[in-house]
Design a protein around this ligand. Structure first.
Ligand code: NAD
Ligand code: TYD
Length: 349
């Protein structure tokens, strides 16, 4: 039986990847290793937690000794590495947390994999999940391609770029078989309500301000999270070892436009007068070093592996809003406790 270690599986994207693999590959044992930070929530996996081919491991990737033991104990054949600190604003207020998990944690995992696999490296795989933010910021034109030079500009993207470099260095130095994929902004169920879309959904429900950084004209490319999970599955099973794949939605939006679209959907879903939610929009001080535009050219994964996004954006956004409205308890749970304190410190304006 194959044994895949997925890290960060209790988080937003990881929970969709774990679910997809557990359900699609009943003959493969899936181990989900997660520290359960503020962003990790086992409620995200309730529907599959009893599956015979699923096992949760509560651990921190910064704990190198524990990782070595786990590789010996469970004999993983491959790793899909999603565990990370993922929010740019938090990386500005606490960069070292990002160095610890994203850089040191990734190197710990690489060391554990190389040590455990050294006699049979050809049959192993280390798949590292990364972001388009490593490429920096675009002007009005152009796209990020797989060979675009790295130019990270936030502590978050610098930590992810560093981890990408380590993964490639381990391929070159120790012949570790790897994949890296760099994806654009994800949206969908289970996203922690500190990121733009779930934050706004939560705030509309509570009649709180919708904070728009700067003028709201920064651009992001948005992809439904299940389409990202499908791309990861495809790369894992059919990608060419050693390759990098960019994943994106072919779907660029200015922040202010996406928030207005979301407001219109929320008004309809909550049976409010049109324009009610938009009145909550509040322009606030810009994020320090705010990247202007991200845009992915995903033609490589499209032409080589036949992947493309399955959902139209408005359809995906409606599904997302429906999920949050139907899962108020989930929102209540994650917005209480330590997150709440952080939220008040950041956005009391
Ligand atoms: P998330 O913050 O929702 O989840 C991260 C998960 O990692 C959580 O379950 C958390 O508990 C776990 N974790 C954090 N530190 C850990 C540690 N030290 N040890 C073990 N587990 C730890 O993040 P996400 O949005 O799901 O992102 C997942 C991955 O995808 C990250 O590597 C991120 O850089 C990448 N990514 C995210 C996006 C996006 O739009 N969210 C886009 C491209 C790439
Ligand atoms: P975010 O969801 O934090 O993702 P990322 O910074 O990784 O792209 O932010 C998406 C965009 O929305 C980004 O340009 C910053 C902006 N933004 C706001 O305008 N207000 C907010 O409250 C947040 C969280 C983000």
């Amino acid at each position: 039986m194959k044994r895949i270690l997925i890290t960060g599986g209790a988080g937003f994207i990881g929970s969709h990847v774990v679910r997809l693999f557990v359900n699609s590959y009943p003959d493969v044992q899936i181990f989900n290793l997660d520290k359960l930070t503020y962003a990790g929530n086992l409620e995200n996996l309730k529907d599959i937690e009893q599956a015979e081919n699923y096992q949760f491991i509560h651990e921190d990737i910064v704990n190198a000794d524990a990782l070595h033991q786990l590789f010996t104990e469970h004999q993983f054949d491959s790793v899909i590495h999603l565990a990370a600190e993922s929010h740019v604003d938090r990386s500005i207020s606490d960069p070292l947390a990002f160095v610890n998990t994203n850089v040191i944690g990734t190197v710990n995992l690489l060391n554990a994999a190389v040590a455990a696999w050294k006699d049979d490296l050809d049959n192993k795989l280390f798949y590292h999940i990364s972001t388009d933010e490593v490429y920096g910021s675009l002007g009005e034109t152009g796209y990020f391609l797989e060979d675009t030079a790295y130019d990270p500009k936030s502590p978050y993207s610098a930590s992810k770029a560093s981890s990408d470099h380590f993964v490639r260095a381990y391929q070159n130095t120790y012949q570790l078989p790897i994949f890296i994929s760099n994806c654009s902004n994800n949206y969908g169920p289970h996203q922690f309500p500190e990121k733009l879309l779930p934050l706004c959904i939560n705030n509309v429900q509570n009649s709180k301000p919708l904070p728009i950084y700067g003028k709201g004209d920064n651009i992001r490319d948005w992809l439904y999270v299940e389409d990202h999970a499908r791309a990861i599955d495809l790369i894992f099973h059919q990608g060419k070892k050693g390759e990098t794949y960019n994943i994106g939605g072919f779907n660029e939006w200015k922040n202010i436009d996406i928030v207005k679209l979301l407001c219109a959907i929320m008004d309809r879903k909550l049976s409010q007068d049109s324009g009610t939610s938009e009145q909550l929009i509040t322009y606030v001080t810009d994020r320090a070093g705010h990247d202007m535009r991200y845009a992915i050219d995903a033609s490589k994964i499209k032409s080589e592996l036949g992947w493309r996004p399955s959902l139209q954006f408005e359809e995906g956004l409606e599904k997302t809003v429906d999920w949050y409205l139907e899962n108020q308890t989930w929102l209540d749970n994650v917005t209480s406790g330590s997150y709440q304190q952080y939220y008040h410190k950041q956005y009391q304006q």
